[in-house]
Design a binder for this molecule. Structure first.
Ligand code: ADP
Ligand code: MG
Ligand code: ZN
Length: 613
């Protein structure tokens, strides 16, 4: 754009110059012989002038050479001199002529200069406008940057602490490297992979690393760039982006901050949302339209998956989601090491201790700490950053983050540890619950402070009453543990409670698993629509409603008691594993097996408290 502007500026100047030259040339080429005024007067006296045309300054006409009496004569031109002076001059035999002063420079300044100035101002304003919004010169043109492999320059080794996410993306890389291998067998690749995780965990970095590892072109664009001032522009951009990408396949299209573009239709502020809807629709059309065999893979990142339009997550679109979560202690250590490579630091630096000091922090925070420490070292005239610099850097970053509520304080961490272990131990003590895979006190995902991961071993279509009750007990285990150790409960369980209540309600209203009887009370219509209809009255009587509520409360109450008694019987295990969890932040693998063994041992020696349901 800028280059173009400069060019046209020069064209304007060149044009002006050429016009002036031509004007001059015309003057001289057709120029009629200019004679001194005195000569004109002389010819006039000799009757040799045959015709004249007079303007205020110039006299043009034809003049005969002396002696040639008959012909029309040669054209001439002379410049007038005022009559009084000319009389005087001819009286004294002076040869004289008038002359017109050159007005070239004056013209230049009175005409050209202002024009150039205006043109200059216009270009300047245009450029300014372009900075803020797409100037109309670039309507529909795409801002997607193409990063070729060596330009991306990010490799998997630059992204640390997110090994699970990397593993899931490995397949995408394999595909991009050799698309034929997959397509020959007829295998279909995912069209869209959505990276989900809190800000700063390295989603953008990971997407770049996928491009870097597979060595394909990388088209990246931020969701907000699609949302334009003018209706229809964003949609044009999307179309353009996909056309560009298809021409370069195999390649990656990366849409960062997908939520800016993919907010559920109908949510959000006024104004501009028509435009966003159009853009989103275009994206959906493009995603459906392209043949995955071509080898274009769409990656997107968001930290707010919950507000995305459900249409985006349907099969064939972003149907694969990769969680990029906050790193645990070991992950933080790995990330610190990646960033420490870039600075000079004391060899005796205790990286493990640093990792311990930074619970809850994400990759971006850790990168920030390393950078901060390097800057501090420079300020202190040191050759390398040492522990004291890092300590101060951590403090600074923590102070910044505390304002944003992103650091876990030790007291909360302890409560979370008890809570999560409560879930885990109850789950392990009850037969038929999904096996626990991982327990962590690192904030997971978007809302949860801690996380106990249970993965079902098989697909289930039928659940028995006992299994449902066990599920409820497990969900309530978190709060039960809190109550046992502190005699107090926290707000951390609200999600658990809502899920437990949902199960209990279904047991009563849909599955006929309560004293209310084998009756179906749920609203039939609910399932047919994506958005739940608020339940209206009239499906059952007031009295039944009370009875249902009573039953739900009873089921929940009974399971809570059960969780409490399970946990108080295993208090020692709880305390011991809390210490481990607080130290390691995540329990999985061997430590998990150990914990499991303790719980099952306890099971075989002690009898399970009777089911209260
Ligand atoms: P997100 O897109 O998830 O908000 P970014 O990818 O933009 O996060 O990360 C910002 C910066 O933080 C990166 O450029 C990198 O320096 C650092 N960073 C974040 N996560 C990691 C990680 N897992 N490993 C190494 N560096 C990371
Ligand atoms: Mg990002
Ligand atoms: Zn919980």
């Amino acid at each position: 754009m800028e280059k173009h502007h400069k060019f046209s500026m020069w064209y304007v100047l060149l044009g002006v110059w050429v016009v002036l030259i031509i004007q001059n040339a015309i003057f001289s080429a057709f120029s009629i012989k200019t004679i001194p005024y005195s000569e004109f007067l002389k010819a006039l006296n000799e009757d040799r002038v045959t015709e004249v045309a007079i303007t205020s300054n110039i006299i043009q006409g034809r003049i005969r050479a002396p002696g040639e009496a008959s012909e029309a004569g040669q054209p001439f031109r002379t410049i007038r001199v005022d009559p009084e002076l000319s009389n005087l001059l001819s009286g004294h035999n002076v040869q004289f002529k008038g002359e017109i002063e050159s007005t070239f420079l004056r013209d230049l300044f009175s005409w050209i200069f202002p024009i150039v100035l205006f043109v200059g101002i216009w270009f300047f304003l245009m450029k300014r406008m372009q900075g803020q919004q797409p100037g109309f010169m670039s309507l529909g043109k795409n801002k997607a940057k193409i990063y070729m492999e060596d330009e991306v320059g990010v490799r998997f080794e630059d992204v640390a602490g997110v090994d699970e996410s990397k593993q899931e993306l490995q397949e995408v890389i394999e595909f991009l490297k050799q698309p034929e291998r997959f397509t020959r067998v007829g295998g279909k690749m995912p069209r869209g992979v959505l990276l989900v995780g809190p800000p700063g965990t390295g989603k953008t970095l990971l997407a770049k690393a996928v491009a870097g590892e597979s060595g394909v072109p990388f088209f990246s664009m931020s969701g907000s760039e699609f949302v334009e001032m003018f209706v229809g522009l964003g949609a044009a951009r999307v179309r353009d982006l996909f056309t560009q990408a298809k021409a370069k396949a195999p390649c990656i299209i990366f849409i960062d901050e997908l939520d800016a573009l993919g907010k559920a239709r109908g949510i959000g502020g006024m104004g501009g949302h028509d435009e966003r809807e159009q853009t989103l629709n275009q994206l959906l059309v493009e995603m459906d339209g392209f043949d995955p065999q071509v080898g274009v893979i769409l990656l997107a990142a968001t930290n707010r998956p919950e507000i995305l339009d459900p249409a985006l997550l349907r099969p064939g679109r972003f149907d694969r989601q990769v969680l990029v979560d906050r790193p645990d202690r070991r992950g933080r250590e790995a990330i610190l090491k990646v960033h420490l490579k870039k600075i000079q630091y004391d060899e005796n630096l205790d990286i493990e201790k640093l990792a311990n000091m930074t619970p809850g922090m994400v990759g971006a925070d850790l990168a920030n700490i390393v950078n901060e420490a390097a800057l501090l070292a420079v300020r202190r005239d040191k050759e390398q950053a040492g522990m004291s610099e890092f300590q101060e850097a951590v403090e600074r970053v923590v102070a910044g983050l505390e304002k944003k509520n992103r650091v876990i304080n030790p007291k909360e961490k302890k409560i979370v540890a008890y809570h999560e272990l409560g879930h885990a131990i109850v789950a392990m003590s009850l037969p038929g619950t999904d096996p626990v895979q991982k327990i962590t006190v690192i904030p997971r995902g978007i809302a949860a402070l801690g996380y106990t991961m249970q993965v079902p071993t098989e697909d289930r279509f039928l659940m028995s009453k006992t299994e449902l009750e066990n599920k409820i007990a497990t969900l309530l285990g978190g709060r039960a543990a809190e109550e046992i150790v502190s005699g107090d409960i926290s707000t951390g369980a609200h999600n658990d409670l809502s899920r437990a209540t949902d199960i209990a309600r279904s047991m009563v209203k849909e599955y006929g698993m309560s004293k209310v009887g084998q009756v179906f009370f749920a609203s039939q219509r609910r399932a047919q629509f994506l958005t739940p209809i608020p339940e209206g009255p009239g499906e059952y009587s007031e009295a039944t409603a009370e009875e249902i509520d009573q039953e739900i409360k009873e089921i929940i109450g009974a399971q809570y008691e059960r969780a409490l008694s399970l946990l108080s019987g295993r208090r020692d295990i709880l305390e011991k594993s809390v210490a481990v969890l607080l130290e390691k932040e995540t329990i999985e693998g061997d430590e998990l097996k150990q914990l499991m063994a303790q719980v099952t041992d306890a099971l075989s020696t002690r009898s399970e408290p009777a089911s209260a349901a």
